[in-house]
Design a protein around this ligand. Structure first.
Ligand SMILES: C[S@@+](CC[C@H](N)C(=O)[O-])C[C@H]1O[C@@H](n2cnc3c(N)ncnc32)[C@H](O)[C@@H]1O
Length: 222
């Protein structure tokens, strides 16, 4: 599925992946990561996920990256009102991305693969739900490598993956545990936290990942 296909999907409202409520993996496993309060969380391929509100309410600002401007506009329009009031979104342009700040959520509109390490300053954690599994096999390899290059050693995150019975069908693509390990193990230590199987044969897995390598500061990042 190409970028143009995703834009078209958003245009047609074919967004069955979107959840109205935060994903249970956050409630169940985020605190285990030990991410300090105030640390910024990278959310690649973020859509208009409600998980970003959960992270902010949990004390962590968010930097989400999303290809579709419609997704970002819908996230803003659907923000829960505070005391009946909508907050103003601040717009700016940075490094080729159209950016929007809404409270403690920054949304960068553009291609995740164009997001560079120099722009990744201050990222202290990440959260991937339906990002890796949104991508076809060759792009998954590229995604895993790119994520590894963006994050400093010691950076932790949650990864939520899915398996189903047809390896050729997707998105969401079925990504086996063996594939997650092959893709991620070169750059991350992995712990499988949970596997939840649904009646339709879908199984959702939650992984804790820690970027490998000796602790370094952002200035020493390659
Ligand atoms: C399956 S959806 C998941 C969205 C979100 N993580 C969630 O849980 O609802 C995948 C999203 O990735 C976006 N996307 C696909 N390729 C992308 C890319 N190269 N860069 C940024 N976003 C991309 C799509 O527009 C779509 O919103």
């Amino acid at each position: 599925m190409s970028g143009a296909d995703w834009l078209e999907r958003w245009r047609q409202g074919r967004i069955g992946f979107h959840r109205q409520a935060p994903h249970p993996a956050l409630e169940g496993f985020w605190d285990r990561l030990g991410v300090r309060a105030g640390a910024k969380v990278l959310v690649p391929l973020c859509g208009k996920s409600q998980d970003m509100h959960w992270l902010v309410e949990h004390g962590n600002p968010v930097l989400g990256i999303e290809l579709s401007p419609l997704a970002i506009e819908q996230f803003i329009a659907e923000e829960p009102c505070l005391a009946g009031k909508r907050r103003a979104a601040l717009r700016y342009r940075q490094s080729g991305f159209e950016c929007t700040r809404l409270g403690r959520v920054e949304l960068w509109c553009g291609d995740f693969f164009h997001f560079q390490v120099e722009q990744a300053a201050e990222l202290a954690a990440f959260y991937d739900r339906a990002a890796l599994i949104a991508l076809p096999p060759a792009t998954r390899q590229r995604y895993a490598h790119h994520l590894g290059q963006l994050l400093l050693p010691g950076t932790r995150g949650l990864l939520v993956t899915l398996t189903h019975d047809d390896p050729d069908r997707g998105p969401p693509f079925s990504v086996t545990h063996a594939e997650v390990e092959t893709l991620m193990a070169p750059n991350f230590e992995l712990v499988l936290c949970d596997v939840a199987t649904a009646a339709d044969g879908l199984a959702e897995s939650v992984w804790q990942l820690t970027r490998r390598g000796p602790a370094r500061s952002r200035d020493e990042h390659p």
